[in-house]
Every structure is written in C-alpha cells, then in structure tokens.
Design a protein around this ligand. Structure first.
Ligand code: PEP
Ligand code: MN
Length: 291
C-alpha cells in the first residue's frame, strides 16, 4: 500500500480543495411509484439537496422479495428529470444494464454483493461517470481498495467509496457500521469516503446518531434511505427515515458541518468532474498496490 496522497484521482483532488465538499445522497431503497419518488424529490429540492438515490434493480437475498420496478422505474426517472434537477444515483447489477441506465444515472452504485464482481467493475471503468463503490459486507479495507483499483485500471478514477456496514458476530444490528475502516480507507487512498448508516445499522432509530458520528469523524458524506411512509416500503422500510426524521437529521448535520467549515454540496456535482483524459494520468501514481 502506498501512502495517502499518492493516488492522483480527479475526484480526490476535488475533495482536497479547501472547501471539502460533503455529499448527501438520499432517497428510497427502491423506486416504487411515480408519486413516491416525486414526493422524495420535492423534499430534496426544498432542502437544496442535489443527489437523489432510488433502486431500479434490487439485489435481494430472497428471490421472492421485490426485485425493483426495472424499466418502469427508468421511465419514471426520465420524466422526473424533465421537471427537476438532480444527480441520480442508482445501483447497477449487471454490465448489460449500462446502456439503458446511462441516459438517466449520473452516478453508478456498485452494491455490497457486487464489489467482487470484477467484470462489472472493468466495464464501469470504461464509463465516464462516477462510481459509488460500496464495501462488500465481508471485505477487508484492502480488498475494498483493490476493487477501486479495478475501476482505476480500466480508466475510471471518479470513485466514491461507501462504507455500509460489515458482517460481525453482533446480531442486534443488521450490520456493524465500521467507521474506523472508513477512515482507514480515506487515509490509504485519498478517495472520498461516505457512509451509509441505513444499511450499516438496519434500524431507523440508529440512522441519525450514526450519520452524525460519521460526519463528526470527518468522513465525506452520507447515503440515507428515506421514504414518505417507511412502514409501507417495499424494501428496507425498517431502516428508512420518514420526512420529519430526515429534516431533523439535516438540522443537526448542518450544525456539525458548519462547526468545521463544511457544507452539503448543493450544485450539479457531475459538472465538477472534468472530462476523462487518461493520457495525462501518471499510472504509477494511481496504483493502490505496488504488485
Ligand atoms: C441499497 O443501497 O439499497 C443496497 C441494496 O445497498 P447494499 O448493496 O449496501 O446492501
Ligand atoms: Mn436498501
């Protein structure tokens, strides 16, 4: 492993600018209907937030569970984009989805179960869009960083790492949110590292405190599941905040951020990424691992 600062990615240089942007991504686990995602988008607009998440293709443990609306959700987002400005974050589960998702997805999410899917990573490495790379629930920090390196080696340096909880002996939470692992990833790679306390805890009551802890620890953003009516959600309702809880979280979050001279990024973030130009990149500098 090389030391912090040796990886010369564009996204990392963005994050090393003095303003240290903080990314807040929020939205439902799954897109369930036009009404549901419109309501969520309205809340984000009201709060001047520019990253909407919403699952189109879901990776469910149980094959009988809701698998996402697929094409129907794509049409919903297409229409929503006509009337609202937002960066859309959604999980891609198979390289064959790249073509159909590209027109609407601004940041491709690689989920915990696909972090080890190197063929998917290689294909996303050829795309000119940022990738939100979640840590596999069984991955060591070094394996997570190696997965990032697959993207980098294929030409995509626009990576946001996301800690979403790991599997431990503890069963009172869905996962164990590994904030120290997230900080190690930041130290070792210089990539921005955000935290997902929704999947990280699996309990809506723990989302706000763990989100605030991650923020106070100096991490670079949050991914939060929200839903107009969590108790009726088709997936992950038990870990989703309702709008009132979300607004309360934002209030506290803004106070913590202000105290360290940071604020939530509100612009159209994707425009901040310069066009990919691999020719000027020093390949030696971006290697996370020397062998
Ligand atoms: C999600 O973000 O809804 C999701 C399924 O995440 P993960 O891959 O971390 O479980
Ligand atoms: Mn979810």
């Amino acid at each position: 492993m090389k030391n912090k600062g040796t990886m010369n990615t564009r996204i990392s240089s963005l994050f090393q600018k003095s303003k240290r942007p903080f990314i807040l991504i929020a939205g439902p686990c799954s897109i369930e209907s036009k009404e549901q995602i419109y309501q969520v988008t309205e809340i984000l607009t009201e709060e001047n937030l520019s990253f909407l998440r919403g699952g189109i293709h879901k990776m469910r443990t149980n094959p009988h569970s809701f698998q996402g609306l697929g094409e129907q959700a794509i049409d919903i987002i297409k229409n929503l984009k006509d009337s609202h400005d937002f960066n859309f974050v959604s999980e891609i589960t198979d390289p064959r989805q790249i073509e159909v998702l590209s027109p609407i997805v601004d940041i491709f999410q690689v989920g915990t179960r696909n972090m080890y899917n190197y063929e998917l990573l290689k294909e996303l490495g050829k795309q000119q869009k940022p990738v939100l790379l979640k840590r596999a629930f069984s991955a060591k920090v070094t394996e997570w960083l190696m997965a990032a390196e697959y993207l980098i080696q294929s030409g995509n340096e626009q990576i946001i790492l996301c800690e979403r909880g790991i599997r431990t002996f503890e069963t009172s939470t869905r996962n164990t949110l590994d904030l120290s692992g997230a900080l190690i990833a930041k130290e070792k790679s210089s990539l921005p590292v955000i935290v997902d306390p929704s999947h990280g805890t699996g309990k809506s009551s723990l989302v706000t405190p763990m989100a605030l802890a991650a923020t106070a620890a100096g991490l670079d953003g949050l991914l939060i599941e929200i839903h107009p009516e969590p108790e009726k959600a088709m997936s992950d309702g038990y870990q989703s905040l309702n709008f009132i809880q979300f607004k309360q979280l934002l209030k506290q979050l803004r106070k913590i951020l202000a105290s360290v001279d940071r604020k939530i990024e509100s612009g159209f973030f994707y425009e901040n990424f310069p066009d990919r130009d691999t020719s000027e990149r020093n390949k030696e500098n971006i290697q996370l691992h020397s062998s």
